[in-house]
Design a protein around this ligand. Sequence first.
Ligand SMILES: [Fe+2]
Length: 319
Amino acid sequence: MLGIPLIPISHLTLSSLFPVGTDVYLRPKGAKEAMLFLAADQIATEEALELLAVSKDIKLFISQTECQKFQKHLRDNFDLWFENDAVPAKNKAAMLSEVIRNVLSDEFTRNDTNSIVDATKQLGVHIARLATEKSLTGAELCQILHHDYGTFTHSGNVAFYCSLLAAELGYANEELAEIATGGLLHDLGKLDIDERVLNKPGKLDEFEFRIIKEHPLGGFRRLTKVNEATRIQLLMTYQHHERIDGKGYPVGIGGDEIHIASRICSVADVFEAMTSNRPYRGALSHKQTLEIMTESVTQAFDKEVFECWKTIVSSRLGN
Ligand SMILES: [Fe+2]
């Protein structure tokens, strides 16, 4: 297998019920080369999956050139898997995490807001269902989510975190789905920002920061032209950088003027950004992140929402 660039995949995206659609390679710890584990049309046995689940030393990979194919396969079969009670919740979450990346990547590249809202609506329903799934622990969810701070990964994780928070705060399932979709859409306005500014490593100058600050309004404007976008999603997109002390942007409203769903999104957004890897720094731990966020809680965040998030992190997501 030398010479073929490989990318890691989670063993949870394999199922004993369906083939994976691309060749899957396996590399035991210490081995230099990966070997073929499953051909594209083969189905993993229960025994093999159990072994993978307990062994931290065996890593699975697919060819980098087949990444799109792998994600498309998951996407095409996702509804079937999601409705199948024999598929454990953590496998569904792993598959959903891949599907979210694929859908957002495709849809954001196509850059059609109607189509983006349409595609994210169904994902929001799935995210909300998993967020309230008792058999899926927060620690499992954290292991499954990617933390590379790509826009698509970021939006997917924010959507999961918003759902966990909203569920804990007592929102019903329908609203959870709406909020989850709002999490997927919250940075929509970044589609209009030059990638050189968006991906600039290190500090932004004043002019660049002014451009970045336009993304809540840009996303809001896009969503106002779409019938399917809900009020909550419009507000989450427009207000997620507002601060409770009125020193945020784009408007500088504060306190209760900021919609509760936007206050939820703000906590999820900052937590996600700090706990993800950036080109210029590694991810901070949950504990470090909560400590830093606590320092500015009365200025930046809704205290009740933040306290609720702290409880979720310490009781379910871990340090
Ligand atoms: Fe943002």
